[in-house]
Design a binder for this molecule. Structure first.
Ligand code: AHM
Ligand code: MG
Length: 322
């Protein structure tokens, strides 16, 4: 099995970008260890603080954020970072070539139930002529990403990553501490019979989305003439991993629960990196009829509708929403 750096060199990834990726992964190995300690880590509780999203931070959220932030800012490769757990961007090396956006622990509500959680990251090029504190540097569409990936802290710790030449699966070999390539060029089946959505929000979706799901649930007796199954892990990182592994459609559509906040998932460190991974595996990823990776960001914590996965199923869903 191939180790990480030789696998990346095969994809023509530059030396500096490989070093930055290794830096991120060093942090995720430490997080993986702490997650694996469970209650023994002493980090299972909540803090008394809210993040910029208005969510109470878990101790593990805060620790994971600090671990990644510290290694990135010390690395010298990074001009600035943005994180789900940081109100604003944080300045790194003014000469750094890269910007990194990350969700240190996606699926935080799974922490206390020993469920799936993961770290999501997205790497963008930094502008040379911009000061490091200039947040507008991050306002680049997802098509500009140089690398995107996540580390899933499951029964096995897995890295799923793309640098624009396919999406690859790696597993952390705990005996020597390296990530080993286990599947190159993952491919999402074009058709599926599995969907992932939080059904509790059903009454708040727009009618077209409700109709799409009603037709899936109708199974063989409905207009789709096909039996569908449903899965929902409550962690995008786990749900997208299933889609990449065996196909499916994952949706977090806009809803009317809170008119000021119709969407849940964040563009820069959730939707964009996952869209890059899904597209590189042959799937589609859209938001309000638009390719997510073409959305021009206006805020580092911007939220968007997300519908992604098996190509033909996403297209069918889009027809309902058209
Ligand atoms: P988080 O980054 O604070 O964990 O929130 C994002 C998560 C996604 O991973 C997941 O798809 C979604 O929120 C789950 O939402 P819900 O609570 O509606 O099931
Ligand atoms: Mg998240």
């Amino acid at each position: 099995m191939q180790r990480l750096a030789p696998a990346l060199r095969e994809d023509d990834v530059s030396h500096d970008l490989i070093s930055l990726i290794k830096t991120i992964l060093a942090a995720t190995k430490e997080i993986s260890f702490r997650v694996g300690q469970g209650h023994l880590s002493g980090l299972m509780g909540s803090t008394l603080d809210e993040n910029i999203q208005g969510e109470i931070q878990k101790e593990l959220d805060v620790v994971a954020n600090e671990i990644i932030k510290d290694v990135l800012l010390e690395s010298g490769y990074v001009k600035a970072i943005s994180s789900e757990e940081e109100d604003t961007t944080v300045v790194g090396n003014p000469e750094g070539k890269y910007l990194v956006s990350f969700d240190p622990l996606d699926g935080s509500s799974n922490i206390e139930v020993n469920g799936l959680i993961g770290t999501i990251f997205s790497i963008l090029p930094a502008k040379k002529d911009c000061p490091a504190y200039d947040t507008s540097m991050f306002m680049q569409p997802g098509t500009q990403q140089l690398c995107a990936g996540y580390v899933l802290y499951g029964p096995a710790t897995m890295l799923v990553m793309t640098t624009g030449k396919g999406t690859h699966f790696y597993v952390l070999d705990r005996t020597h501490g390296g990530f080993l390539l286990v599947e190159r060029n993952v491919s999402i089946p074009e058709d599926t019979h599995e969907f992932a959505i939080n059904m509790a929000n059903q009454s708040h979706w727009q009618p077209a989305m409700q109709k799409y799901i009603v037709d899936l649930i109708a199974g063989k007796k409905g207009p789709r003439d096909k039996a569908f199954n449903m899965r929902w892990l409550g962690a995008m990182v786990g749900d997208v991993h299933r889609v990449l592994s065996r196909g499916g459609i994952f949706a977090y559509p806009s809803d009317s629960k809170n008119s000021e906040q119709p969407n849940k998932l964040r563009l820069m460190y959730e939707a964009n990196p996952m869209s890059f991974l899904v597209e590189q595996a042959g799937g589609l990823s859209i938001s309000n009829q638009q390719r997510i990776m073409e959305i021009q960001p206006s805020d580092i914590h911007q939220r968007v509708e997300v519908i992604l996965g098996s190509k033909n199923e996403v297209k069918k869903c889009m027809k309902y929403l058209d």
